[in-house]
Structures are given as structure tokens and as C-alpha cells.
Design a protein around this ligand. Sequence first.
Ligand SMILES: [Zn+2]
Ligand SMILES: [Zn+2]
Length: 456
Amino acid sequence: MCSVGDDGLTLMECEESPVLSGNTCKKCQQENTAEVVLRKKDMYCKNCFLVNATHKFRAALGKSKIIRQGDKVLVAFSGNPSSVAMVHLINCGLSMDTHKKLIFDPFIVYVDEGASHGLSSEKRQSMLRDIHNLLKDYNIPAYSTSVDMLFNNANNERISIFPISNSMVEKCGVLEKILAEFKCPTARQDFLKRMRYKALREAAALLGCSKILTSETLVDTASNILSNISLGRGAQLPYDIGFCDSRLEGFKVLRPMQEYGSDEIEYYNQFYGLNSIKDYNSEINTKPTNSIQILTKKFVTDLQENFPSTVFTVYRTGAKLSIANEDNDLNEKCSLCQGPLDTSVIESSSLQATQFSSYVSTSGPSGINSNVTPSADTDTKINLGSNEESCGKKKCKCKSDNTLTKVEMIDSLCYGCRLILKEIGSADHLPRFVKELAGSSNKLKQMRAEIEDFLL
Ligand SMILES: [Zn+2]
Ligand SMILES: [Zn+2]
């Protein structure tokens, strides 16, 4: 890796890990006790490391003062090392006798995403059993749900939750068909991420939880910062990577593991003898360059190994971004990701330039009328194309039902979600909540347009 300084471009050398044996703990200064080396330079004894790891978790939750006594909190559990460590930290906090005892009411939820990764029912069932085994020693109620329920007509496209001890895999098949329409793995992965969050939010509503804890680590957060920017999701960055995601009224998603490096999680799990399971990406044969998200994660993981402080710099830079106006009303939110709508742009914005470029590429020289400057909206509509039956006009009456076409839906989606919509064969394939939100947003816009002349 290179660095630009006053002397120009210099090559940064990878740091070598120091040898642990015979070294002094940085914290308690006791000689010959170092068992842990973090960031390739900081050495700690086992005890100091565990005290610090526990304190970091409690401090992350404590300083925000978001969780209050008696709050019901959903703890998202995937079985990966950081979620295993998070559940262990919560369990230890609950069993303390002192004033340091954690005071909220946790509910663990595992979201089965096997269907979206093409896993067989047997494999999914075996993962459910593994998850149950990881959690059986904790005295915290645990449930499972599955992303494909959001697409299951038999289930009214609603999430249900089941106690993890007797959860069964139900194959629906609709989600697999929709995912097969995606040609771009990046959009596919982005879509699945949004669906996972939706499943968690619905599960939280069923359990009466107003807070959700997720276990993104330092590497996850730094990767999300870089991939969000690459995906044109800059407007949602503070929500997607910040400690607290408050985009939805009544729910807050908190990320208390964000300052833990992969090495810390590894040591923590090793010292407590905690097992984890492989995540879905390791279950399937994913190529490193399959999607922007996987490529970015690989890049950041390599950075963490060779230049650990750079990853922290990326995280700190992203964490400084804040939301300009948290009081956006519902009409200005994207129907799919529920982040702020970033598509009402000024003339000559980069969004307009991107869309114009795409318009030129797809229309060809003969398709361009030099007298017309296409607006951001019309460009996207043209590029979307439409293989649907509707004529695509706003007041189109040629449809038999109230479902929106892709062209009608576009106005209620942010730039990042428009890229997802582009991949889907029909807007009808989107889950029910997206269609409902887009429908009411469209109606509101029509009403506004009708009464516009009468407004003062
Ligand atoms: Zn020590
Ligand atoms: Zn969106």
C-alpha cells in the first residue's frame, strides 16, 4: 500500500507481529504475562484483555443512553464469531449481581437466509440445529425466522417467528425465482441485505422490541462505508454504518460491536471456548470478485491484517458523518430501504450526469434529441424499460389491479434501490411492504399535484 505525504508517494511496509513470549502486559505492566497482541503492537495479559473487551461493549451501549431499564431488545444472531461474542457479552452482563448488571430484556432472533443462498432444506435444517446448540446454554429466549417468508403468499407475505428449539424449514421457492432474475450480484446482495433488515424489524415488532442489536465489527463497518459509497448510497451512509440507525419511527438498530477488530473477537471466543458457525458466504462457492460488497470486504480484511490502523481510520471517518435532518417525514423515504430519498437533485448533479450517460448509452446516437435535456426521472424511466403489460403512464387504466409498474414505482425509490429495481423482472415481484409503501407514496404525490394550484 502507498501513502501520500509531503515527500510524495511512499510505499508503506507491512508491520510484523511481535513475539508474545516474555513480554509485558501494556495495561497492568506485569512481566511475562502477555497472551494477546492487538493491532500488531499492543500486548495484554488475558485478564486485562477480557476486562477491556467487556468494558468496550458496555461503554458502547452506556454512552448512547438509548437502551433504558426494562426495554425489550432483539439481539440479531447469525452464528458468526461476532454475534457469538455479542450474545456471550450480553449473557455475562445479565448474570452480574452488581450495579453493572445489564437491565434490558433480550430476545435472540436468527434469520434463516439459506433460501437466498440456494441451500437445500436439509442444510438449512442442520444450520438451525447448529444455531440451537450454540444458544442452548444461555438463559435468553431464542427464535428463528426466515427471509423467504416476506415473499410467501401462503404466509400473507408476513414474518412469523418460532422458538429455535422446534424451528422447521419451510420451502417456499418464490424468493429463489426472484433472485434468479438478478444479473448483477452486487444488486442482488444489496437487495438481500435490505430484506434481512426488514425480517429483523418485523420479528422485533412481533416480540414487542423497540431496539435491535446487530453485531457488525470494525471490518464490517469499514467495508460497508466503502461499498455504500460505491453503490451510490452515500445519502444513507449515516444510517447504514452509524452506531444507531433510527430511520424507522419506533425502531432503533444499534451496533455495539463496531469497535471490535476481528482479532479481538477471535481472542475473546477462544478464551471463553465459544464456537461459531460459518456464515452463508463461506457455505457457497463465492468468487472474490463476485460483487462490490465481497470485493470490498476482502480488501478491508487484507488491510486489517497488514495495516490495522488504516481500517480504524476508515471507520472513524465514516462515523463522523451525521444525518442533516433526522425529521424527514415518511413521504421522503425510500419504499424499499426506508432511507432518505436522494433523488430530487439540482441541475448538473452527479446523479443527473450518471443518468444522462446511461441514457446516451442505451439510446444510441439516433435516439437522442439534442433539443431535449432529459430530467433525472425521465432518464431512469427510459432506461428501466418495461416488459410489463401496463403502458407505464401515471394515470394508466389498462391494468386490471392496483399494482404499480416499475416505471410508476421508480419515484418512490432512492438511487441505490433503483439499481435493484432495474434487475427485477416485474415490480410485482417485490415484497408486499415495498408495493404498499410505493402505492401510498404515489397516491400522495398525485393528490399534491392535483391541489397544487390551490395551495398558498
Ligand atoms: Zn494485564
Ligand atoms: Zn432505497
